[in-house]
Design a protein. Structure first.
Length: 484
């Protein structure tokens, strides 16, 4: 059965579409056109309470957590198959809500990766790695059980709505948890559709609930929530930690980033430009792993700079549904203003904008901003130290390997980074010294379902993707048996 996309959507609670306790609605804008494409409920605290109650009942009676693992695996695999069957609809909704290029990103990358992620987590349900027993005291046998945490609250951002929803739901469901998911108000529709698809896949009522609107604080403070997972800004993550402290909830935080790209003298300029530019403009730069700070060896500054400027000037910006479009708009007028503000302040402080540096009204009626390259900035400058979250890269130089590492590490963030060099020994040394959860060598951006994704420092803690993500939604129980 193909998923139906209603113009005015409801909440998904306890296995059914449900009216909100609030009559207020949120308009969902297409950022490429400025038009309203749908409305969703501006949920109320009472909606969170109903969703949590449903998730708690579903967890406590074991309809999911105690379901035989083969049946849980089959349901998650079925969910992936349903997503595959509805891939064009989900991709269209994702592009309407976010402005992502439909062919290049939503249909070409995000949805296929989501489906692969869900298949991976379906397989992870039956993983027995780490289960063991032993005798550590005479007359006793100890067993280690990995139990689901319980009811989890999950908060997803607007930049990758369906992808982040899957990164949350997949490991939580694989671990046996039940969940209340709150998508970003700007981009809520694909998460709501996942709720309906989960039910069609055979996941029991109450296991997956989706509540829209400004209800995050009620979700994080709710006494029956045992863990909160959020992907978002670092300041938001700090607020979540404070809210969760009163009830000692577990927190799982994937936060901001300011990824460095270290380019050594033996790197190929054309290769660097192709990889770094894609990692800078992909998703309009609205990516916490985006390439943002390029540090190049002084001997190659001219070549690398020219190649990067040419690559950024060549990006096809425009209508997300037009063939060949590589970059769409920023998410909102407010965010366009924020990105432009970073660049304008850098320019006023003496930086040189080599290309871009301005909105692009010629690209369409939405919130378009030109791919931008900036030089002549100091390490302590705002545009180096703070997350711009737009298609903007800076270029600076270094003399030595040690200096390159020090510059790369010199931010509060620690999510992603990359190293471009033909020297394998150098790549090993530098990747070990960089304080980032991911270090790519001669590339920047690719992820796989099997490999963990998460940060150091103020980019948070906890892992998305991989079996490590499933483990984050479990707690170890020690069972000690007297056997004599």
């Amino acid at each position: 059965m193909a998923v139906a996309v209603a113009k005015d959507m409801q909440l998904w609670i306890n296995g059914q579409w449900t009216d909100s306790a609030s009559a207020a609605r949120i308009e969902v804008e297409n950022p490429a056109t400025g038009e309203t494409v749908a409305t969703v409920p501006a949920g109320a605290p009472a909606d969170v309470d109903r969703a949590v109650a449903a998730a708690k009942a579903a967890f406590e009676d074991g309809r999911w957590s105690r379901l035989p693992r083969g049946q849980r695996q089959a349901a998650l695999w079925k969910l992936a198959e349903l997503m595959q069957a509805d891939i064009e609809t989900l991709a269209r909704v994702e592009s309407e809500d976010t402005g992502k290029p439909y062919e290049f990103l939503s249909l070409g990358a995000d949805l296929p990766f989501c489906i692969d992620n869900m298949r991976f987590f379906a397989a992870a349900v039956r993983d027995t790695h780490g289960h063991h027993a032993g005798e550590y005291m005479p007359g006793y046998t100890s067993l280690y059980r990995r139990e689901p945490v319980g009811v989890v609250g999950q908060i997803t951002p607007w930049n990758y709505p369906v992808l982040m929803a899957v990164w949350k739901l997949g490991p939580a469901l694989a671990a046996g948890c039940t969940t209340v998911l709150k998508p970003a108000s700007l981009t809520p529709r694909t998460a709501l559709l996942l709720g309906e698809l989960a039910a069609e896949a055979g996941i029991p009522d109450g296991v997956v609930n989706v509540v829209t609107g400004g209800v995050g604080r009620r979700l994080t403070a709710h006494p029956d929530i045992r863990m909160v997972s959020i992907t978002g800004a670092t300041e938001t993550g700090k607020d979540v930690m404070r809210s969760c402290a009163d009830t000692l909830k577990r927190v799982h935080l994937e936060l901001g980033g300011k990824a460095p790209v270290l380019v050594f003298e033996d790197a190929d300029p054309a290769h660097v430009a192709a990889k770094a530019s894609l990692a800078a403009f992909c998703n309009s730069g609205q990516d916490c792993t985006a390439a943002t700070r390029v540090y190049v060896h002084k001997s190659r500054e001219k070549e690398i700079t020219e190649a990067l400027v040419e690559a950024m000037r060549s990006v096809a910006v425009g209508d997300p549904f037009a063939p060949g479009t590589q970059m769409g708009p920023l998410i909102s007028a407010g965010h366009l203003e924020a990105v432009a503000g970073f660049v304008d302040r850098a320019r006023a402080a003496g930086a040189t904008v080599l290309t871009g540096g301005a909105p692009m009204p010629e690209a369409g009626p939405g919130h378009f901003y030109a791919p931008t390259v900036i030089t002549g900035v100091e390490q302590g400058a705002e545009i180096i130290q703070q997350e711009v979250f737009g298609p903007v890269i800076t270029i600076q130089t270094f003399d030595t390997e040690a200096e390159a590492v020090a510059l790369g590490n010199d931010v509060v963030y620690g999510l992603a980074s990359s190293v471009f060099t033909a020297d394998v020994a150098r790549a090993m040394r530098v990747s070990a010294a960089l304080e980032f959860g991911t270090v790519w060598v001669n590339d920047h951006l690719p992820l796989t379902s099997e490999t963990p994704h998460g940060g150091f420092k103020q980019s948070g803690f906890g892992k998305d993707l991989s079996s490590e993500a499933v483990g984050d939604y479990q707690v170890t129980k020690h069972v000690m048996i007297l056997n004599s």
